[in-house]
Design a protein around this ligand. Structure first.
Ligand SMILES: O=C(O)CCC(=O)C(=O)O
Ligand SMILES: [Fe+2]
Length: 279
């Protein structure tokens, strides 16, 4: 039986993705409606790609990215060689090892520890900041280029991601104690929210994230990507990179920090912006 993608089906798939339904649940519904699994999967990919292309930012703009063409096992990050452990196309994501040395991780923790405060998240309705029960970590921001170590890490990430240092926010360090978590969220600013204009005035949208693991909790604390059932487990010096061309759930970049069950988890997060970011 040949199955065609009708405009109604197209609209329905986009609607499901925007409502935050997982690809698995959309696929399951299509299967129940009589769609062949492979056809359903192809249809969903096609529709989501086409939908992304209609959104205001075009995917042809340069974006932070890793030089993954040709399937390299390692990438030149200037002063360091970084290993590619795993990659995913949707969401656009890579797991990397050896991004920081163990000494650099320890030094970042030591510099950040005395400056930690209960994490605040950007409140998109106003563009201000708020304490958020969904985010029970403690955190702090370094200024860009604040110390030689920070400068070195920023230069390395810039080279690795082919993205200027100036287009990055200051490095954020987070500590999760046992029980702490960061519930699933998107890192981009919600285009519908009133505060977004204020937040994007300096540097435009966030377009990619790097979460670097500075230590290893005994149990729990993975970075989860619920849309694709992926969990990246913390390994000191490793990182997960993911990019979102559009501020849209169809990028499948919903992610969270799973509760730490035992021990502590420390990460450093770098958010990349469209344009030069002025703090
Ligand atoms: O802690 C994690 O694994 C994720 C952190 C995160 O999502 C963020 O800093 O935006
Ligand atoms: Fe995040």
């Amino acid at each position: 039986m040949s199955q065609t993608i009708t405009p109604e089906l197209r609209a329905w798939i986009v609607q499901q993705a925007q409502a935050g339904c997982t690809p698995q649940s959309v696929l399951a519904a299509m299967r129940r409606a009589g769609w062949d699994e492979d056809v359903a999967l192809t249809a969903m990919e096609e529709v989501l790609q086409a939908h992304l292309a209609t959104l205001p930012m075009t995917t042809s703009l340069p974006r932070p990215h890793l030089a993954l063409d040709g399937g390299p096992r390692a990438l030149d990050a200037g002063d360091r060689v970084v290993q590619v452990i795993a990659t995913l196309r949707r969401p656009r994501l890579a797991v990397l090892a050896n991004v920081l040395s163990h000494e650099e991780c320890e030094a970042l923790i030591a510099l950040a520890a005395p400056r930690l405060q209960r994490s605040r998240t950007v409140q998109t309705s106003t563009g201000g900041e708020e304490l958020n029960p969904d985010r029970t970590s403690d955190g702090m921001f370094f200024r860009r280029g604040e110390t030689p170590l920070i400068e070195r890490i920023e230069a390395r990430l810039s080279r690795l991601l082919h993205w200027p240092v100036e287009h990055g926010e200051g490095l954020q360090v987070l500590r999760y104690r046992a029980g702490a978590q960061y519930k699933p969220h998107y890192d981009y600013f919600d285009p519908q929210a009133a505060g977004t204009a204020r937040l994007t005035a300096r540097g435009g949208q966030r377009v990619a994230t790097v979460v670097i693991y500075l230590n290893e909790p005994e149990r729990g604390g993975g970075t989860t990507f619920p849309d694709v059932g992926l969990e990246v487990l913390p390994q000191r010096g490793s990182a997960v990179f993911f990019a979102y061309d559009q501020p849209d759930p169809a990028t499948l970049t919903l992610h969270g920090g799973a509760p730490v069950l035992e021990g502590e988890k420390w990460v450093a997060t770098k958010w990349l912006r469209e344009r030069p970011f002025t703090p």
